[in-house]
Design a protein around this ligand. Structure first.
Ligand code: CMC
Length: 393
């Protein structure tokens, strides 16, 4: 009609002002509050990144200690949440469980949450950051029929998650520091990525003034899809399907065929038209983890590297500027650590929660922000008279 700008998929629409994350897609640059992701991944840790995203600056030593204390205070979930889990099928996908249980948190904190009160917003953020690992680990434990492990606040964020996932009450468990550091790095790399589908979903849901726990559940739903966070799971399935180096050309041809729905998973990005900087860090971490675990010649890694090499020289991928993204190598690391493929996207959700809640808070605090309400180009029937049932056909 000419009244609105038509932009399906929002390829050229800025929905908000934000000072949290900056991406230069052509350069392949990602900054959290101005700090390059490569430097953060090397020197920082996930708790510090949470502080940075929420408050805008790196914490002092004192601020960090207080922050870690304040967040870990909330790692346990209400005992009634245990019963909630029992309602799920044993083979329920962890993302289905996460959607349900995180959404259910809204019922546990409905009375104590005035979203216009900055203090209460902060407590909701702490609760979410603290409880996501507990809920994700519980989803795993439920699926394998092992007892839930209570969080241990003496451990680091990543160590505690490894503990809740892999420890059992009858055996001693010490998280491997190399694996904990690698997991912490994966969490840092996934912590925020400006207005991607799930973050935009959280903002849109939250723009009506809805309960933030319910909004995060909406973000989890959006992240689940294979075009977004579900890609890490899809990459491993794809590599398994390809199986051997000899079959790579066949799958590349399928990826190019517009009549075939198959896409090269872990490749391409709406914003990056260069190597995803997170993929470069994760590739390095992948070597470190496999070395630590003594599986240097992991066949899936060799297959992934060969696939990357061939794709990066192929005209189709070069012309379209399709490079490996963050999900291309993360699944190989997570699988080597012992996580089942179905947990991969749940780990992404766990790490992205801080980004979602920081963006949600930024939106609530923005005086310009109105309820999100896109318009449409109507292409249906024009006005017509109602036809009674006996006059139809
Ligand atoms: N394999 C084959 N062709 C592809 C791929 C791919 N993975 N990605 C894009 N293309 C082609 C696409 O067919 C199109 O070709 P043409 O111009 O001839 O029609 C061109 O490249 C542009 O693609 P698009 O679909 O317009 O790009 P988009 O910005 O809408 O999609 C994407 C971005 C990430 C959804 C897409 O690249 C994709 O589906 N990748 C595979 C899934 C994946 O790895 N997702 C994880 C993204 S990173 C983690 C996260 O933040 O969630």
């Amino acid at each position: 009609t000419g009244l609105f700008t038509y932009d399906p998929g929002f390829t050229s629409t800025a929905s908000c002002e934000s000072s949290i994350t900056y991406i230069d897609g052509d350069k392949g640059e990602l900054l959290y509050r101005g700090y390059p992701i490569e430097e953060i991944a090397e020197h920082s840790d996930f708790m510090e990144v949470c502080y940075l995203l929420l408050f805008g600056n790196l914490p002092t030593g004192e601020e960090k200690t207080k922050f870690v204390h304040d967040v870990t205070h909330h790692t346990m979930v209400h005992e009634q949440i245990n019963m909630f889990f029992r309602g799920f099928r044993r083979d329920a996908h962890p993302m289905a469980v996460m959607c349900g249980v995180v959404g259910a948190l809204s019922a546990f904190y409905q009375d104590s949450l005035d979203i216009n009160d900055p203090h209460q917003r902060l407590i909701a953020s702490y609760r979410l950051i603290a409880k996501m690992p507990t809920i994700a680990a519980m989803a795993y434990k439920y699926s394998v029929g092992q007892p839930f492990m209570y969080p241990r606040n003496d451990l680091s964020y990543a160590e505690n998650f490894l503990y809740m996932t892999f420890a059992v009450p009858c055996e001693e468990y010490k998280p491997n520091p190399v694996l904990a550091r690698a997991l912490d790095r994966i969490f840092m790399l996934h912590a925020d990525h400006e207005q991607n589908a799930s973050t935009s979903t959280v903002r849109l849901a939250g723009s009506s003034g809805a309960n933030p726990f319910a909004c995060i559940a909406a973000g989890i739903a959006s992240l689940w899809g294979p075009a977004h966070g579900g890609a890490n799971e899809a990459v491993l399935k794809m590599l398994g399907e390809i199986g051997t180096k000899e079959r790579i050309p066949e799958f590349l041809e399928r990826a190019k065929d517009k009549n075939d729905p198959f896409r090269l998973m872990g490749f391409g990005h709406r914003v990056y038209k260069n190597y995803d900087p997170r993929a470069a860090v994760i590739r390095q971490t992948c070597y470190e983890v496999l070395e630590e675990l003594g599986v240097k010649d992991e066949p899936l890694l060799a297959l992934a590297m060969e696939l990357e090499k061939i794709a990066l020289e192929d005209k189709y991928f070069v012309d379209r500027k399709l490079y490996p993204n963050v999900d291309f190598y993360s699944g190989i690391i997570l699988r080597a650590m012992g996580f089942p493929v179905s947990m991969f996207t749940a780990l992404f959700a766990l790490a992205r929660t801080v980004g979602w809640i920081a963006q949600w808070a930024e939106m609530i605090e923005d005086p310009e922000q109105k309820i999100g309400r896109p318009r449409q180009l109507y292409v249906g029937e024009p006005r017509r008279a109602y036809v009674p049932l006996d006059k139809r056909g």
